[in-house]
Write a protein that binds this ligand. Structure first.
Ligand SMILES: Cc1cc2nc3c(=O)[nH]c(=O)nc-3n(C[C@H](O)[C@H](O)[C@H](O)COP(=O)(O)O)c2cc1C
Length: 221
């Protein structure tokens, strides 16, 4: 490959990787549906666990796009919020019995408490789009890893399109919720889920800051 093209490809990729950030405040305007399709296409290009879903005839990855103000999203919002409460109460009960968990989960439980106080799950209803991605359960159960690859591709594409993107990880807790799955039109319990919010970011964030590679790497003999 000619050196100039090689350098340009790497320069652009490095820039997108550095620019990728979690945006949590969105402007009200809706990005074009075509831009959303380009993000979903990037998700489809992500790797998947071929050996784990080998036998399935039906395609194993699905996208569900919910627009702010839509019937589907209005129905999903309280269900996701209820799940936060269920999770918080379950964790609090477990933490009473388990001191190790109590120490480990304290900041996560505080975060759930903040969400409950706010009365809304960040990314679900405040962004122009809430997108749920589903991966059919296979064996071994590696759907969540597969979804992470898919979401990362989508995140990088959104970054290249200069759109804000936020992971909404509580979505994974909804995979067994019959009412939530009914909104998506899938049977509860057969798919793992992950979600994200997409829209124009309300503010600009500077590129990510990470430690130097050498500080966190050991080259083994
Ligand atoms: C597995 C996973 C789950 C995450 N869940 C959420 C989430 O539910 N809400 C959110 O706002 N950010 C979520 N994030 C984003 C991280 O908080 C974020 O990537 C981290 O703080 C670094 O910031 P940056 O993405 O701007 O580089 C998640 C990230 C990962 C990898």
């Amino acid at each position: 490959m000619c050196d100039e093209i090689f350098d340009q490809k790497n320069m652009h990729l490095d820039q997108i990787l550095a620019d990728r950030r979690s945006y949590r405040q969105f402007r009200p305007e809706f990005p074009d549906e075509d831009e959303i399709r380009r993000i979903l296409h990037a998700g489809l290009l992500a790797p998947y666990a071929a050996a784990a879903i080998g036998g399935s005839k039906d395609y194993f990855r699905r996208f569900f796009v919910m627009k702010r103000g839509s019937r589907s999203l209005d129905a999903a919002i309280p269900l996701v919020m209820d799940q936060v409460t269920v999770m918080a109460q379950g964790l609090e009960r477990e933490m009473e019995q388990n001191p190790v968990l109590r120490e480990k989960a304290v900041s996560f439980v505080q975060r759930l408490g903040m969400i409950r106080k706010m009365g809304r799950v960040p990314g679900v209803g405040n962004a122009p789009y809430y997108i749920v991605v589903a991966e059919r359960k296979g064996f071994p159960p590696v759907e969540l890893q597969s979804l992470a690859h898919c979401l990362e591709n989508m995140w990088l594409k959104a970054t290249a399109l200069e759109l804000g993107f936020q992971i909404v990880s509580i979505t994974s807790q909804m995979s067994g919720n019959p009412e939530f799955c009914k909104i998506l039109g899938i049977p509860a319990g057969e798919w793992e889920l992950m979600g994200c919010a997409v829209g124009y970011a309300a503010d600009e964030l500077s590129p990510s800051i990470r430690p130097p590679v050498e500080d966190v790497t050991r080259w083994l003999e």
